[in-house]
Design a protein around this ligand. Structure first.
Ligand code: 5AD
Ligand code: FES
Length: 356
């Protein structure tokens, strides 16, 4: 039996070597097709949408790769007020998105905790339990995670960025801790969230062994949702400022991002996997390609257009000038074109989480 068939039959049963072999599989299209087949068998030809609200770009962190890191003085900083966030959430709800992601730069402290808590309560008041609310607000103490969970958030996204602590240390200042981030994922689990994490692929110094270990990390932490994307240099960051960036590199980076999706699907089978917007930054059809490589979630931006340019984590962010209604129509056509159906008005919980 070929390794592709073997992976498709039994979940979580490959060795580290076999994961590396799949990641470097010579026939990329066969790899993507095998992963897509697993996705269709487990989930059907369905795509879940999450309306993404990027509600602020003020950040206490200083990650070397990220465009909104606190040391980047060129960024115009913004933070929406509660009414604006709730208005955008309501729009997404009425449009049938079924689920929402609130993301911002990382802020800690009591004022922030209370602010978010109140926003979550207001969203829960109109959305109820049928509206999926995901938050992506970085590392917080367990008490804060618990308060936000009780206020109505039920999923949390916190990327580990890389499962390799040495590589993590090269990508972050000394006061950013890989262990603290891993422990945050465990705290989120204890608080009853559906837990999502992920990595960037194509980071300087990252190997196929690292990427295989990332996928093993997803399994070991028993994650419900995976969000991964290719690393894209940002000129105003330490890691990106002198980076070589050619069309050949973009192509390779896109393919690597798709390979990560495919191998993650072939290994984990029943988790939610997002086709990250960073894929679309590399190729106008990047997200559709992500779906055809095994992803089942897309996070259309529903942030008001005037804020979008200020939330640039990497170069070439798509849809900067589109408004949310345009994005909705555009995506609907794109999804229909590949024969998939959007699950409007559905929370789209992770199958893995439901089976737990
Ligand atoms: N390229 C790709 N992804 C990036 N992120 C931050 N900076 C970049 C970049 N330059 C991702 C990180 C973070 C998520 C919100 O965005 O993985 O967790
Ligand atoms: Fe924004 Fe297509 S998704 S215009």
């Amino acid at each position: 039996m070929s390794l592709l068939n073997k992976a498709a039959v039994v979940p979580r049963a490959l060795t580290h070597r076999e994961l590396v072999e799949l990641l470097t599989w010579p026939d990329a299209d066969a790899l993507f097709a095998a992963a897509y087949e697993v996705k269709c068998r487990e989930i059907g030809r369905f795509v879940s949408f999450r309306g993404l609200v990027e509600f602020g770009n003020i950040c206490e962190k200083d990650c070397y790769y990220c465009g909104i890191r606190k040391s980047n003085g060129n960024v115009h900083r913004y933070r929406m007020d509660a009414d604006e966030i709730v208005r955008e959430a309501e729009w997404a709800f009425k449009e049938g998105y079924g689920s929402l992601v609130l993301q911002s730069g990382e802020l800690t402290g009591e004022a922030n905790a209370t602010f978010v808590e109140n926003v979550l309560r207001r969203i829960h008041a109109f959305g109820g339990d049928d509206f999926g609310v995901t938050i992506s607000l970085g590392e917080q103490n367990e008490e804060t995670y618990r308060r936000w969970r009780e206020a109505g958030a039920h999923r949390y996204l916190l990327r580990i960025e890389t499962s390799n602590p040495e590589l993590y240390a090269k990508l972050h200042p000394a006061d950013h801790s890989w262990e603290r981030r891993r422990d945050s994922l465990r705290a989120l689990r204890r608080c009853g969230y559906q837990v999502g994490s992920g990595v960037m692929s194509g980071l300087p110094g990252q190997t196929a062994d690292d990427l295989a270990a990332d996928i093993e990390f997803f399994a070991a932490e028993d994650l419900d949702m995976i969000g991964m994307g290719p690393y894209i240099p940002h000129a105003e960051t330490p890691l990106g400022k002198d980076a070589l960036w050619t069309s050949e590199l973009r192509k390779q980076r896109l393919e690597l991002g798709l390979r990560m999706i495919a191998v993650t699907r072939l290994y984990l089978h029943d988790v939610n996997i997002a086709a990250a917007t960073a894929l679309q930054a590399l190729d106008p059809e990047g997200r559709e390609k992500g779906l055809l490589a095994g992803a089942n979630v897309i996070m259309p931006n529903v942030t008001e257009t005037r804020y979008r340019a200020d939330y640039q984590l990497y170069a070439g962010k798509p849809c900067l000038n589109e408004n949310s209604a345009l994005c909705r129509g555009c995506l609907e056509r794109r999804i229909a074109a590949i024969g998939e159906t959007i699950l409007w008005n559905r929370r789209g919980d992770s199958l893995h989480w439901r089976r737990r």
